[in-house]
Design a protein around this ligand. Sequence first.
Ligand SMILES: *Cc1c(COP(=O)(O)O)cnc(C)c1O
Length: 401
Amino acid sequence: MPTAYLDNNATTRCDPRVVEAMMPYFSEQFGNASSMHEFGAKVGDAVSKARKQLQALIGAPFDHEIIYTSGGTESDNMAILSALETQRGRDEIVTSAVEHPAVLSLVAHLEKTERAKVHIIPVDSAGRLDMEAYRKALSPKTAIVSIMWANNETGTIFPVEQLARMAHQVGALFHTDAVQAVGKLPINLAESEIDMLSLSGHKLHGPKGIGALFVRKGVRSRPLIRGGHQERGRRAGTENVPGIVGLGKAAELAAEYMQEEQTRVAALRDWLERSLLQAIPNSFVTGDVENRLPNTTNIAFEYIEGEAILLLMNREGIAASSGSACTSGSLEPSHVLRAMNVPYTAAHGAIRFSFSRENSEGDVEQVIAAMPGIIEKLRDMSPFWRERENASSAEFNPTYA
Ligand SMILES: *Cc1c(COP(=O)(O)O)cnc(C)c1O
């Protein structure tokens, strides 16, 4: 059975051209990039070339603004912890309710250990930031604002430039977790107020375990990992050369395919979304459909469980993901959908389909053929479906197809 992989926001396949570019750096080119001999010099050149490739994708003015890390999570941690150290006399963090756990669990820890006061800005039912609450949270005590460029679950895009300007008006630093945006949206940091930006290799057809933090020239930073002098003393540890070379190649390819992401990939997503909403009653899209990543749709199928849907989809060779995570035996809907006030009866049955340049029309056809039957089968067994008149929520008004 063919497999339709529609879970690209979780991770992407490493492009074979990326793997090929990495291969020599596991064997012949094994040198340490910091060594003062021929083995090291060649490797050092490869690292410099990769840095230029990544620099081009995000439009960073200077190549030394890129610090390699182990991925998006480390970059997010470094940005926030660094700001708390460099921003003297400021101990407050402003972030949103829909951030990745890489940000939310860090700031919860900082709050609990009394190292920072944290303002979590709410979102509306479409996942858009409450701008009035944001304005009110900013103050001369704000060390850093960390708000994602695009949400991984719904694809909702945030007005990061406007948010950065507002942060700067109170003297705060602005960091964005752009893990889902890099490679999908054009980014030009040369014309931007963003101070720090996180990205990750495996979300753009690069390898896992490599990422970067952009720190704008002139913005002071502190290392998260201390030791040797690698990365100009900003991130210690022998460079992950194959990963860095792979990320560089992935960045080059992402720039090449950017147009396709906006057109062909978006068209596949739209076709799937339209078809499912038409074929399946009581289903709706969550998130801001006006400002959304081109590859993502999050569809709530009311009165059934996401986990059960995924199980049946998996049997049909379809990979996607649900917002709910099975914690301590009870199925909790995702923090993102809860922050949007999506009623429980719908949030439980939300499925995220996320595309990439590797998807085909055949994938969409496969999903369109399978989904209505899967949903109907589960609803036939659902007591909530039978009692839906009593179960539905009054205040939430999604737009149905
Ligand atoms: C995947 C993801 C991360 C984590 O990146 P890793 O490289 O897996 O550590 C952080 N933020 C967002 C928005 C993500 O989607």
